[in-house]
Design a binder for this molecule. Structure first.
Ligand SMILES: [Fe+2]
Length: 875
């Protein structure tokens, strides 16, 4: 509590507490009202306001001595009828807006008790407006009017309260302080039961509201610039400006303050103003106004001039004007303290500026806007859309009004379709919380009931996949004028290139581009792109393992979209649907990409991924986008019959890892499961045969299919933590990818099957299912087991047995890496593994400490524990 509030007399405190208590009780009762209940009360209040519009205007004029009776009556009518027209069909109770397609419902909750300060300039209209808003939103209000507008506001509150009460509003819903005391305001602004301060008034009141520590709706001062551009309808503009600036003798804070006129029309416009009752001041008259209606000390307008008639002001300062003068117009040469009339003047004195160019006009308008009117209102009269748009861009105002009056235009609902209001938010420029025309939604706490949504999923594969022995013959069906074959030296030596060449239609121009058998570098890619351009290729055949196919994917990307920035496209992302970078979408499809895989592992022939080596920076980047997916995949086992044993094992394990990780991925779906599960079944059956009997055509064929099918699964479901670990470890110790996967695999299955320390956020999964998925796989493989735990353990054991049969190293220690060496590498290893995007689709989120544990489990190797849900080693 502040000192001034603390000095309040006990009796006064009791009085204020009584008001708050009454309002709180009313607000509590109000929460039980329905939409129909409040609507039933609002309508008669509006009618009462309309009926009493003139009466209240008269009271306001008598008390405040500001403004014009007729205009004040009009304001009371706008505050009731126009506001009602806006709110009558609005839902403000319970569910107010529903977005079924987004699973979102917005619920309205009243604020409770609102402490409201109202101004001297629009006294009764502001009260009427706020009472209607409060009933519509089921809030109770304690009013504290401006001290010089007390009685008229008290009467307005009384009329609204009695009408509301008569039609069922809770007792005590509106009260008005019986007398004015600044300390009352301080006390109520700090009261714990006041939910919101709604302060409409001068800067002092607004600042006090925002300083109270309570949520506050305070609106700032204005200084409305008007640009009268040469293409404007001049007659309309002049009438609008006079109407608006003289409305209620200029008391509305949105009214025009400086009109900036294009040089070409300046004289004619001033004549039109003069013809309609404006007095154009000469230099001497302007100087008189500058030192009289503006306080030379503060630079602000003189309160004595506020809301006075032009003729009265002229008489007050000693100017001689015609008796029917409506407006005093004073030419100024600039904006700021040296040009006193460039500030806000809530009376019918309008500054005028002659601009030599559009740029100058806009600059002066911006300067006026910044001289006390930030965030409030600005006006432009023009028929030039480009200038209107530019004006909207450079001016900082919540309301930018086009070809319409400032004051009456800002109200909303009269000259435009803005929300009717008597409270103009000025945004942060004006030190306010909103730029809105304050309305019923600002009197509500809007709650959002958000139902769980499911992300859209997909299943994307190449258009054509040809498989089984001699599938390469399908090349004959694919017409091409110019084909570039991307391959590596081994394929040439083994005669595979000739096999492909023979299958291409005879009329095809064929060029063979041999690239190194390694992860493609930018240089390799750009040489390939040069060849594609030189031969004007309409078909690219990638013949090789993952690195050759990846190179061809990137060559095609750069061939079709030369402007594609590979480094930018490789930017990290979490969800491919929301990622920052965009792959070219309007590229020309210049060449068909046919991928013929010669290993049974990566499945690059069907994936949307491509790894690029950046030797200069010593790193690899992965490109991922479905536009990289080859158009045609050929899965012909003749190209893998001669794979050496080691490569057969390594690539086969990679394939198994892809399938197992896709099966438990958070992006797994029935579509990917069907592929993942079948791939796992094929690997367990055919990999040992392929390994032990390399000439077994069926086994080779099935393993080749398995690699492709597993790749289809992980292209759509992604991989997991096994790959994150293997990527980091493989790169650091130079271990082949499949072999590195093998070292991690049993440990990762056990890890994923146990209760996660941290679950991975995943809207598509209902509950944790990784262990159940593994159990299903165990069933599919016929491994036995009665419980999920047993089945998981049997899968781990079967995986270990499979790895044993393939004679791959079963521990990192087996590779000859010393404990000390591994320990030294661990901080970097775990850091790189945690940075690897692969685990983002893993069913459990790995802690860095868990990655370290997994690395050490892989270091020590075999013997994953049979303990339920544990990863503890038995040996
Ligand atoms: Fe892999």
């Amino acid at each position: 509590m502040t000192t001034s509030a603390a000095s309040l007399h006990q009796e006064r405190i009791a009085y204020l507490e009584g008001l708050v208590s009454q309002a709180r009780t009313a607000a509590a009762v109000f929460t039980q009202y329905t939409q129909e209940d409040v609507d039933r009360i609002v309508k008669p209040m509006v009618v009462a306001g309309l009926e009493q519009a003139q009466h209240l205007a008269r009271l306001a004029i008598e008390e405040t001595k500001l403004g014009v009776l007729e205009d004040k009556a009009l304001k009371n009518m706008v505050a009731t009828e126009f506001v009602y027209n806006y709110v009558k069909d609005k839902r403000t109770v319970g569910a107010i807006r529903e977005f079924p397609e987004r699973g979102l419902v917005e619920m309205a909750e009243p604020i409770g008790v609102i402490f409201s300060l109202t101004p001297i300039t629009n006294p009764t209209s502001t009260v009427l407006f706020k009472c209607i808003m409060a009933i519509k939103t089921r809030n109770a209000v304690i009013f504290s009017p401006h001290p010089n507008a007390w009685h008229c506001c008290y009467e307005a509150v009384k009329i609204m309260y009695e009408t509301a009460l008569k039609h069922g509003a809770p007792e005590g819903v509106f009260t008005c302080l019986e007398s004015h005391d600044l300390q009352d305001n301080v006390y109520l602004m700090g009261h714990k039961d006041v939910g919101l301060i709604d302060a409409t008034g001068g800067p002092g009141v607004v600042r006090a509201a925002y300083s109270s520590g309570k949520p506050a709706l305070g609106v700032g001062a204005g200084n409305t610039p008007v640009y009268l551009e040469k293409t404007a309808d001049l007659n309309m503009a002049v009438v609008d400006i006079i109407t608006s600036k003289t409305f209620d003798n200029g008391t509305i804070c949105a009214s025009e303050q400086t009109v900036v006129i294009d040089d070409e029309i300046y004289e004619v416009v001033l004549k039109k103003f003069a013809d309609l009752g404006a007095h154009i001041c000469n230099k001497k008259e302007t100087e008189i106004l500058e030192r009289t209606v503006i306080d030379p000390e503060t630079g602000f307008m003189q309160p004595t001039a506020v809301g006075q008639k032009a003729t009265d002001i002229a008489r007050m300062v000693g100017l001689s004007v015609k008796p029917n003068t409506k407006l005093l117009m004073a030419p100024i040469q600039g904006v700021g303290r040296k040009h006193p009339l460039s500030v806000e003047k809530l009376f019918p004195v309008l500054a005028v500026y002659r601009a030599k160019s559009v740029d100058e006009a806009l600059k002066v308008c911006v300067d006026v806007n910044h001289a006390g009117g930030l965030g409030h209102t600005a006006v432009v009269f023009s028929r030039n859309d480009a200038i209107i748009q530019k004006f909207g861009e450079v001016i900082n105002a919540g309301r930018i009004l086009v070809n319409s009056p400032g004051s009456i235009g800002a109200f909303g609902g009269v000259y435009n379709d803005m929300v009717p209001t008597f409270s103009f938010g000025c945004g942060t420029g004006g030190g306010n919380s909103t730029t809105d025309n304050v309305n019923v939604y600002h009197y509500l706490n809007i709650k959002r009931v958000a139902r769980r949504t499911q992300a859209h999923m997909w299943f994307r594969v190449p258009n054509q996949i040809y498989f089984n022995l001699n599938a390469v013959e399908n090349l004959r069906r694919l017409a091409s004028r110019s084909t570039v074959v991307i391959t590596n030296p081994a394929m040439e030596q083994m005669g595979h290139v000739d096999v492909v060449r023979r299958q291409l239609p005879p009329q095809t121009l064929i060029h063979v581009s041999v690239i190194p058998d390694a992860e493609p570098e930018v240089k390799t890619v750009m040489e390939g792109v040069a060849a594609l351009n030189f031969y004007k290729a309409d078909q690219i055949v990638a013949l090789g393992g993952g690195s050759v196919i990846d190179a061809a994917k990137i060559m095609k990307l750069k061939y079709e979209s030369p402007e594609a920035d590979l480094e930018e496209l490789a930017a990290p992302f979490m969800d491919i649907r929301k990622r920052v970078v965009e792959y070219p979408t309007e590229k020309v499809h210049r060449a068909r990409l046919i991928a013929i895989s010669t290993t049974s592992g990566t499945g690059s022939e069907v994936t949307p991924f491509a790894v690029l080596s950046d030797k200069e920076r010593g790193r690899k980047v992965t490109l991922a986008d479905y536009s990289l997916t080859p158009d045609v995949a050929i899965v012909d086992p003749q190209f893998v019959m001669s794979m050496p044993k080691g490569l057969t094992a390594d690539t086969g394990i990679d394939c198994l890892t892809h399938a197992l990780e896709a099966a438990v991925s958070i992006y797994a779906s029935p579509y990917t499961d069907s592929n993942a599960m079948q791939a796992i079944r094929l690997v367990f059956k055919y990999l040992p045969i392929s390994y032990n009997h390399p000439d077994d055509e069926e086994a080779r064929s099935m393993m080749h299919n398995a690699a492709c099918i597993a790749a289809i699964a992980f292209s759509n479901a992604a991989v997991g933590v096994n790959h994150a670990l293997a990527h980091a470890f493989g790169a650091r110790f130079g271990v082949a990818h499949g072999r590195a996967n093998a070292l991690m695999l049993p440990h990762v299955i056990a890890y994923n099957a146990s209760v996660p320390t941290k679950f991975m956020p995943s809207p598509n999964q209902r509950g944790y299912v990784a262990h159940k998925k593994y159990a299903t796989i165990a069933d599919l493989l016929g491994l036995g087991g009665d419980t999920i735990e047993e089945k998981v353990q049997n899968l781990v054991t079967a995986t270990e047995q499979l790895l044993d049969q393939l004679a791959v190293p079963r521990s990192i220690a087996d590779l000859g890496i010393s404990t000390e060496n591994f320990e030294r590498a661990m901080p970097e290893l775990s850091k790189i593994a945690f940075d690897d995007p692969s685990w983002r689709s893993n069913p459990r989120m790995p802690l860095v400490s868990e990655l370290v544990e997994l690395f050490w489990s892989a270091y020590h190797g075999r013997g994953v524990a049979k303990t339920k849900g544990s990863r503890k080693q038995t040996a």
